[in-house]
Design a protein around this ligand. Sequence first.
Ligand code: ZN
Length: 499
Amino acid sequence: MSSDSARSQPRIALGGILHETHTFMEQATTLAEFEAQSLHSGADMISAMRGSRSGIGGMIDRATALGWQLLPTLYAAAMPGGAVTAAAYGELLSELRARLEQSMPVDGVLLALHGAMVAEGELDAEGDIVAQVRALVGESVLIVVLLDMHGNISQRLVELADVLLAYDTNPHIDTYARGVEAAAIMARLLRRELRPTPAYARPALLLPAQSTGTETAPLAQVHKRAAEIKARDDVICIAVMAGFAYADTPFTGPSIIVTTNEQPELAAACADELSAILFEQRHHASPGYLAPAEAVKLAASHDRGPVILVDSADNIGGGTPGDGADALAAMLAHGVDEGTIVLADAEAVDICWRAGQAAEVTLTVGAKVDSWHGQPVTVSGKVHALSDGAFECEVPDNHFASFYGSTVHMGRSVWLRVAGVNLLLTERKTPPLDLAQLRHIGIIPETQRMIVVKSAVAYRAAYMPIASAAIEMDTAGLCSANLSRFPYRHIQRPVYPLD
Ligand SMILES: [Zn+2]
């Protein structure tokens, strides 16, 4: 009988630090951003995350059901943003290390990480976190890591962990189930039923976020074959990583990690096969899009509106400022009659409010937050209406309501009529998830020739029921599908579609 089973209950440490880092974003991510979302340590971590649908919530529930002694360390998660400051990263990691040291000895460590976190001075944050955990607990302690499938995975991380697994879905609806699975795999490792042998393969490919849905090409084909392979008894798990193209690191991009039970050759063959399937589907890596001027021209040629002009590069839900003005410039240049766009621009709102209702104003709008969202546009127009920017959602259980409640506050807002364009200026950025956003101030969405939406996918529920068509645009923005816009320094070249 082993020393483990002689002990009453396994001692399992739990923790997580999650951030999806957009390294081209100028504003760094500080500790305050983690405090605003989720930052818990010790016993507080269990009470805060138990019952949640997160990966760590699944781990806690399964571990509790198995009767393990849970040793919580730290759980920290922040919204996607720029590189995590060295100070914040150092503080989070030292808290995790200190709690883990107090918990020693442990039999295993369960970690929930993202995979695409970059800190100032550390391009491989997850590799570094697991290296520090490994150094503390030693070679014989089991480490199982759950990743977001948008992680960029280094060889070092694969070597340091015993098992890596990842969400299988995007949108991520299986985070909790994968957390449960991570704890279940840990249980089998503790019983010495498994001797994991992982293999890692990477195609020379980058996927923009717009191409990382798991129900569509190219990832759907990979998951279909992965499910067949996973049915084998000697395969423990398969992580199909889409990668996060906006984090510039030496291992950015999709990867496949196949973990078998003492079958290293099988693991390598399966990882290579799945990586090859993804590479064969690479023509799906670049979604089709038109330059804004062409998109506006095409929209104007439709006999029936509204045509939705998709500005997914300035996807507010992806963290962008919502002030990219490329599509506004294109509509004005074309002389569009009844085109609508919403821009977050508090300075412009203030000028219009001071001028007052019916005033004629000339001002510069858009592209003020950073240098990524095109050029500001100077416009002359009439202040058609002012509002406090509060509206009730027409669909009360829409996406807004699940985050913010059914009353949305955009801050003071202005309907500025510029030639034939309806420009809605708001103090706060607000994703296009409900038609009341336009209607509350008097803009009737159904009568527009074209409407610009700053969203990748989420706009569809509200806008597609009234739309005659949707056209993807190649606008400037930090979430652009056109990866040639980004000044990469660290990625491995050559890589499709850049080279
Ligand atoms: Zn993700």
